[in-house]
Design a protein around this ligand. Sequence first.
Ligand code: COA
Length: 331
Amino acid sequence: MTIRVTGTGSALPEKKVTNFDLEKLVETSDEWIQKRTGIAERRVSGGETVSSLAAEACKKALELAGKNAEEVDLIVVATCSPEFLLPCCACQVQDLIGASRAAAFDLNAACSGFLFALDTVYAYLHSGIYQNALIVGSEVLSKLVDWKDRGTCILFGDGAGAAFVEASAEDIVRDNGRKAGIECMLQGSDGAKGMVLSCEERAVNNAFMPKQPTENPYVRMDGQEVYKFATKQVPACIQETLGKAGMIVNDVDWFILHQANVRIIESVAKRLKADIAKFPMNIHQVGNMSSATIPVLLDECNRAGRIKEGDRLVLSGFGAGLTYGASVLVW
Ligand code: COA
């Protein structure tokens, strides 16, 4: 059996916000932001929503996979910034793309969400419950960010990325002898560190318990703690995942990492003793789009022809929760 990605797609809001634009909002500078994060600009919603971006990304992924929306069995949207609590974003996407046969639900593992969705879908497909699925990471973080907090507002951007994943009964062997498809994966969470990156939803509020004033409805972050977690946990997770499958770092052609900070990516490459040229990056133009970063980068690399059939990829990231994960697959 082969479970592999057969189509990718992405969608970004039209509006670009540069570091120079942010200099007008908070006490910061293009130089500081570029040096500490690698980010020069990001996209910010001018009306695009989590579901509209997700639907656009899904349509492109289906087109590349050569599938119609009616053929989709399952839609899983990873998001931590939906416009609605009810209905879930995946049901809105189902309606927008016309995937009337699909089951649809959302999943929230913050920036690791796409990886958690991929693993969830793998389990569904491997068990035979479904034959295919659309997975999406979509975020409009600009509505959760405090535009007066220079510690966070410089980091995030809006966007969506999707992948169409299919199961086939037969093995698909590439020219280099590698079997295509998802090879192994690992997910992890450390809830005890949850409050280092948080954003409150509604507080308890009912007829018997008066509403408590919410202190801060925006993203709050201890940047240094998150940084420490990421630079330690991501390489450890990648090593463990590869080890599970009897592989080593040199067996990997591309590391598609969560785009949170260039310095984090460089540190992961160094700890793994891997060539930094194997770590494609787009953080410069789009910032950290949480669950959307990995699928957007995957789509960019796929459409640019950078990833070739038979290449082995590691997708890995971390995020609020705190959560982390890695998936190894052959294209
Ligand atoms: N512009 C200018 N100065 C800034 C600034 C900004 N946007 N943000 C913070 N500073 C200042 C701080 O106030 C501090 O000043 P001080 O030395 O006078 O106290 C100084 O810069 C250093 O701040 P610090 O927080 O130590 O910077 P840093 O090197 O840790 O970089 C982050 C901050 C947020 C870029 C970095 O910690 C990071 O990327 N962390 C991970 C965050 C992340 O990935 N989050 C998403 C997870 S999915």
